[in-house]
Design a protein around this ligand. Structure first.
Ligand SMILES: C[S@@+](CC[C@H](N)C(=O)[O-])C[C@H]1O[C@@H](n2cnc3c(N)ncnc32)[C@H](O)[C@@H]1O
Ligand SMILES: Nc1nc2[nH]cc(C(=O)O)c2c(=O)[nH]1
Ligand code: SF4
Ligand SMILES: [Mg+2]
Length: 238
């Protein structure tokens, strides 16, 4: 039974969570099953995983000296490690203010799953947006049930982080960057270990290299997997 005596409940100060944002922009999703979908990208700062071929190395370090105002972060013309801190309400207000028309939010990074993404996804979903996250699967994925989770598993990367079984089972799609046969073998071992059966598998050639692309095409055909070719890089958009 609930206790009905009137005891004094200490007032809790709720400090809204802040997200460190490196970039926020509207573009076309260039990867995975949402390819072609106009999307609002929220790129969070910070990633310890250390993939040698990572195309967003400027998001790795969180330096306090790199904290800038929202205006400076939004006006960036080049990739830098500068970031700005926002509450969920501020992010939503910014998206309204920019008059973005996309109704799909992609949260990427950096590694977005170092923080709880629930408040962010929840607010956008309540406002009629769909949400998606791009993650390495090396941190527990804390987000809404509806959120589409793209796991891009990272095997033997410099940071020493391991892919989590919970991430493999939460994945709505698995998107694996490949350049060598070793990457294909690593993926096959991972899928067998985690008994992945009904999740769409995408191969993504690392850095648009010709050999990587040819390997990805042949491997997709041989295994009935899908190809993801980072369309944005071919057409020169963000
Ligand atoms: C930059 S990461 C950020 C999100 C998260 N840290 C992750 O790895 O999924 C976004 C996507 O780009 C992929 N990626 C990174 N560098 C790449 C490259 N040089 N070529 C192809 N895909 C790459 C990642 O594997 C991931 O699927
Ligand atoms: N257009 C576009 N599509 C993307 N899909 C995943 C991206 C990422 O960096 O996570 C990305 C990106 O940076 N740009
Ligand atoms: S996990 Fe993602 S952001 Fe981090 S180094 Fe690897 S590709 Fe880059
Ligand atoms: Mg990218």
């Amino acid at each position: 039974m609930p206790n009905k005596t009137h005891h004094h409940v200490a007032e809790k100060t709720i400090i809204p969570m802040n997200y460190k944002i490196n970039e926020l922009f509207e573009t076309i999703q260039g990867e995975g099953s949402f390819t072609g979908q106009p999307s609002i990208f929220i790129r969070l700062q910070g990633c310890p995983v250390g993939c040698s071929w990572c195309d967003t190395k400027h998001t790795w370090q969180i330096e306090l000296d790199d904290q800038v105002s929202p205006d400076i972060m939004l006006a960036k013309k080049a990739e830098t490690s500068q970031w700005s801190s926002f509450t969920v309400a501020e992010i939503f207000a910014l998206v309204q203010d920019k008059n973005f028309q996309a109704k799909h939010i992609v949260i990427t990074g950096g590694e977005p799953c170092m923080v709880d993404l629930t408040p962010l996804c929840q607010l956008f979903e309540q406002q009629g947006y769909s949400t998606q996250i791009e993650t390495s699967g090396t941190f527990e994925i804390i987000t809404t049930e509806k959120c589409w989770v793209t796991v891009s598993p990272k095997i033997n990367m410099r940071g020493g982080y391991k892919i989590l079984a919970s991430a493999m089972s939460r994945a709505n799609e698995i998107k694996h960057p490949i350049a060598t046969e070793q990457h294909v073998d690593d993926l096959k071992a991972l899928l067998a270990l985690h008994k992945v059966e009904n999740t769409a598998i995408y191969l993504q050639p690392i850095s648009q290299k010709k050999r990587a692309t040819e390997l990805a095409i042949a491997t997709c055909i041989a295994n009935n997997w899908r190809l993801s070719i980072q369309v944005h890089k071919y057409i020169g958009i963000e």
